[in-house]
Design a protein around this ligand. Structure first.
Ligand SMILES: [Zn+2]
Length: 279
């Protein structure tokens, strides 16, 4: 009888092990390689070769090494919108192991009119506040908390109309401004906004340009932000899971109408949020 139970137990343990193995997701193959300014290179390392992390180098760009079961599987290299080189070179111990062509991308122009002059040329009294909020945003987007095998696949945070895509060359009242480093989704005031991926709230405030804003750290150098909310439902240090209602669409800060301005940063660089959504 005892032997029978032992036999059953062995079968159970073996089947559980194989189940967990077959279900274990591949963290390093997503997002897909998107080699263009504003995209992200996902370069799969040759698994037959042994790479010492400290000997891997990418010319001119920041990169992160994605590991699975302790071994390096791919290099993730965010490409800034302003990147002008034709290719990106990857080295191991000063030996070139790959040269990746950068695809060109035509980003359209967008011209908007802002009637509130405070948002066009802010008054001197606001400059200190703007400077402080800018510095808080820079710190938040550069947060790097190392987490083991964190998924990067996101869901859409808001159902609505994409009113301005990432990368657009913006002109406000006829004058050139910074490129659009996020994605705008327009929806009715008060529509719920959902966390596209689990993480921890690292900044929540009311900013001059961004209005009510939330920053979420998803781990391993991936951070996202949500601006112009009518109301925030989460606070700093709060742990959230994918799909949690984090706030509502609004028109706070510098806007022309109610919408969500969604940014995704990898290693501090704002890149196209669309590449983190599957299909
Ligand atoms: Zn925007």
């Amino acid at each position: 009888m005892r032997i029978k139970y032992l036999y059953l137990l062995i079968i159970l343990i073996t089947s559980c092990t194989s189940l967990s193995k077959s279900k274990s997701p591949s963290y390093c193959s997503f997002p897909e390689n998107s080699p263009y300014p504003g995209g992200l290179i996902n370069y799969s390392l040759n698994t037959e070769r042994k790479y010492l992390e400290k000997n891997l180098r990418v010319k001119d760009l920041e990169f992160s090494i994605c590991k699975e079961q302790g071994s390096p599987k791919s290099l993730l290299i965010p490409i800034p919108l302003t990147f002008e080189e034709d290719r990106v070179s990857i080295f191991f111990s000063d030996q070139l192991i790959s040269s990746i062509d950068i695809e060109s991308r035509d980003y359209r122009e967008s011209r908007i009119t802002i009637s509130n002059q405070d948002f066009v040329s802010p008054p001197n009294a606001m400059l200190e506040r703007i400077k402080e909020e800018y510095s808080q945003s820079i710190s938040a987007k550069n947060v790097f908390n190392l987490k083991k095998n964190t998924s990067k696949e996101m869901i859409i945070p808001l159902e609505g109309i994409m009113s301005s895509e990432y990368g657009v060359k913006r002109f406000i009242n006829g004058k050139p401004r910074n490129r659009h480093s996020g994605l705008d989704i327009a929806a009715a005031e008060g529509s719920p906004i959902f966390a596209p991926l689990s993480g921890k709230v690292i900044l929540a405030g009311n900013f001059f340009y961004k209005g009510n804003v939330i920053f979420i750290d998803h781990g391993n150098g991936l951070v996202s932000s949500y601006s112009h909310l009518s109301k925030k439902l989460v606070d700093v240090n709060q742990i959230i899971t994918t799909g949690d209602n984090i706030g509502f669409v609004g028109s706070t800060g510098r806007v022309t109408g109610p919408h969500l301005h969604w940014e995704v940063y990898f290693l501090g660089i704002p890149i196209n949020p669309v590449i983190f959504i599957k299909n």
